[in-house]
Design a binder for this molecule. Structure first.
Ligand code: GDP
Ligand code: MN
Length: 399
């Protein structure tokens, strides 16, 4: 789960990371009011969206007066920002953060990530702060400094000093820099984060080290024990389709094609999507019903997949081990009887109670197309989708 910059800064401040003074606002008037509360002569208005690269897309504006703040906010509120991290549909701006402007002497990139190959928290720094990490990795890979943290002892001060020296920091700022890194590390470890990124961390002329930007991502599987983090979730920043699924305890991934996929297990999901593509189709999404799915759960999954307006055909592909084909079949029948769907539905079942599952589908009298193998299922769903489109004269008809 991602959180906003202002939320990350509030958390990191509690761990001793210094941030410029700032205030949150939900309207242009409130932003101007809050800048007066902050005081000073220059502010930076920052769109709060779950993505980086805002500055280049007009989401970060330096302002020197109330009127400038109002104007900057008028342009931001309700608008969508598209950056390389948002996807083409962009993310909506509903909150802005107003911050006292800082005079920057130097910008540094600081990232803490979970490195799966070393199974350690890894610290990545670069003197090319302000550039996105993808750009640094592509254009200035030589500038990257890495250190891994031994979990039994935690981040050591000597490691922070080594990074500071490699960055060529002035000896006077080595201490505050080390304190900042330690704060980021402790926040990461204590709150089950998977990523903390300060880009840029800045050095000021008067020898301070400040987090000018902050991003944190948390492990979804640990949210149950981090209620204070879980409540920072902002659904306006999530794909509404994925959001509806998460709320119902289902894992769902939205894609751009036309064939909805209901499967069990991530591996089978990948294989199903590959086979659909091989047969000439494009998946619209995939939904993993998990293990031991009850008919109700399957029906819920079916309705969720159907609520995606891009879906023009559905493939249910379940290889039942812990699951039961009869329950899956009952779920499909429940969903189709409750609200008949106008698109072709193909079901391929294999494994536990498959015969009973087939009988339930056959007896239901519903227009469900059955298939015995994954190849057959993919070919049938793509074929049925094409015929259905041809019948409607819609897109896909000519494909
Ligand atoms: P991002 O584009 O989403 O990563 O947003 P950032 O918060 O990182 O801001 C982008 C850039 O704007 C920073 O790298 C800075 O160069 C600049 N910036 C942001 N806040 C300030 C500020 O208070 N003072 C100055 N001088 N520049 C700022
Ligand atoms: Mn940034």
């Amino acid at each position: 789960m991602d959180i906003h910059e202002y939320q990350a800064k509030e958390i990191l401040s509690r761990f001793g990371v210094e941030c410029p003074p700032g205030a949150l606002a939900y309207s242009p008037e409130q932003a101007a009011y809050r800048s007066r509360e902050l005081g000073g002569e220059a502010w930076v208005v920052k769109a709060q969206i779950h993505a980086g690269g805002r500055a280049r897309a007009g989401g970060v504006k330096r302002c020197a007066s109330d009127t400038e703040i109002q104007a900057a906010c008028e342009a931001m509120f309700g608008a969508k920002i598209v950056t390389h991290q948002t996807g083409p549909e962009g993310k909506g701006i509903y909150r802005v953060y107003v911050e006292s402007a800082v005079e920057i002497a130097r910008e540094i990139y600081v990232g803490l990530v979970l490195d799966r190959s070393s199974q350690r928290i890894m610290i990545v720094c670069s003197g090319n702060g302000g550039m996105e990490i993808e750009e640094i990795a592509a254009e200035r890979p030589d500038s990257l400094i890495r250190a891994t943290v031994e979990p039994a002892v935690g981040l050591q001060d000597f490691q922070c000093r080594e990074i500071a020296f490699a960055l060529g920091l002035d000896p006077a700022v080595v201490q505050p820099f080390a304190r900042t890194l330690q704060g980021c590390y402790r926040a990461f470890r204590d709150l089950d984060a998977t990523m903390v990124e300060i880009n840029p961390m800045v050095l000021t002329g008067d020898g301070r080290v400040l987090a000018l930007d902050a991003k944190m991502t948390f492990d979804d599987n640990a949210l149950f024990r981090r209620p204070q983090i879980a409540e920072l979730r902002d659904k306006s920043q999530e794909d509404p389709r994925e959001c509806r699924a998460t709320d119902r305890g289902l894992s769902y991934v939205g894609l751009g094609g036309s064939i909805g996929c209901i499967v069990n297990g991530a591996g089978l999901a990948m294989a199903t999507m590959d086979t659909i593509k091989l047969a000439g189709g494009e998946p619209a999404n995939f939904l993993d019903i998990g293990g031991g799915a009850t008919p109700e759960r399957v029906a819920k999954a079916f309705r969720l997949v159907m609520s995606d307006s891009g879906v023009q055909a559905v493939l249910v592909n379940v290889f039942a081990g812990i699951n039961r084909c009869d329950w899956v079949a009952e779920g499909v029948v429940q969903a189709l009887t409750g609200s008949p769907v106008a698109v072709p539905v193909v079901v391929r079942l294999a494994g536990t109670n498959v015969k009973e599952g087939q009988r339930i589908l056959a007896r239901s009298g519903l227009p469900v197309i059955r298939a015995a193998t994954l190849n057959e299922a993919a070919e049938r769903v793509v074929g049925a989708w094409r015929r259905d489109r041809a019948g409607r004269g819609g897109p896909g008809a000519a494909a």
